[in-house]
Ligand binder design. Structure first.
Ligand code: FPP
Length: 269
């Protein structure tokens, strides 16, 4: 059989998405395909997290939001939840210096109060320490749910109305947006889901309104730099209309100013 060559994606430096969200799916299947326990997939998945954070920073993305643990994931077997928490702690410990040295602000969204002490003990200080870093914001969605985030924002506005700080007519789409921690870095421009499923699974629901979606069959532990370039190249080929025509259309730049050769990315211009 003749092996099929994978065409190299072409990424333009001028037209990068600012905020990329990723639903990292497929760890369990990756392990099962090798006859390993699911937790081995998570272990390899956390290596992929390191790889993709570095690549995102190198590319110049301003914000990367990773769906690391959903509010619903607590229902998984105890051993799996425990392993995920340990991997998370280990990631924060081992990446601390690299994040700080590379201007990356670490942020976390979700019901953080549910996280165990071993995670909070490293997460909270690193969030504070990195707060002034401004090159890229890495947000980990932990014990996160999009519906839960919307409900929390609505609750805050309802409280302000009840206390007389806001009028009911002040409860607008913008006011809700302003209360969403996931959107402080702006709406996601591009959301990628690995692992072959075509669904959103309660991720960044409010911010997804005009996001471009990219689905790939690659299982998360296999998701490579080239897969990320491919997702971005696909984003750059699209025309974002935001519900408008004519003037409102944001065409993707015609001039190519970046090129990827082999596994190396060269950004020019
Ligand atoms: C989904 O795969 C993935 C998760 C529930 C967790 C994602 C966690 C990591 C990538 C590792 C730790 C995170 C960090 C930030 C270091 P799945 O288990 O649902 O896969 P499946 O659909 O094949 O079962």
């Amino acid at each position: 059989m003749i092996p099929t060559m994978r065409p190299m994606p072409f990424v333009e430096a001028r037209n990068l998405p600012s905020h990329v969200g990723i639903i990292m799916d497929g760890n369990g299947r990756w392990a099962q395909l090798r006859g390993d326990a699911r937790v081995e997939g998570h272990r390899e998945g956390s290596r992929a997290v390191r790889r993709i954070v570095r690549t995102a920073r190198r590319l110049g993305l301003k914000a990367l939001t990773l769906y690391a643990f959903s509010e619903q994931n607590w229902e998984r077997p105890e051993e799996e939840v425990e392993t995920l928490m340990i991997l998370l702690r280990d990631f924060l410990l081992s990446e601390r210096d690299e994040l700080l040295d590379n201007g990356i602000r670490l942020n976390a969204i979700g019901n953080l109060g549910r996280l165990p002490g071993i995670v909070r003990a490293v997460l909270d200080p690193l969030r504070k320490e990195s707060a002034s870093r401004a090159e890229m914001t890495l947000t980990l969605a932990l014990s996160y749910g999009g519906r839960e985030e919307i409900a929390a924002a609505a609750r805050e506005l309802a409280t302000d109305v009840a206390n007389g700080k806001l009028r009911p007519e002040d409860v607008t789409a913008e006011a809700l947006h302003g209360r969403m921690p996931s959107l402080r870095v702006g709406d996601p421009d591009l959301v990628i889901r690995t692992g072959g499923e075509r669904r959103i699974s309660n991720f960044l629901l409010y911010g997804l309104a005009y996001a471009e979606l990219h689905f790939t069959d690659a299982l998360w532990p296999d998701f490579s730099e080239v897969d990320l370039y491919e997702a971005i190249a696909s984003y750059q080929r699209r025309e974002r209309r935001f519900g408008l025509v004519g003037k409102g259309v944001v065409p993707n730049a015609a001039a190519a100013v970046g090129v990827i050769t082999g596994r190396k990315l060269r950004l020019v211009g």
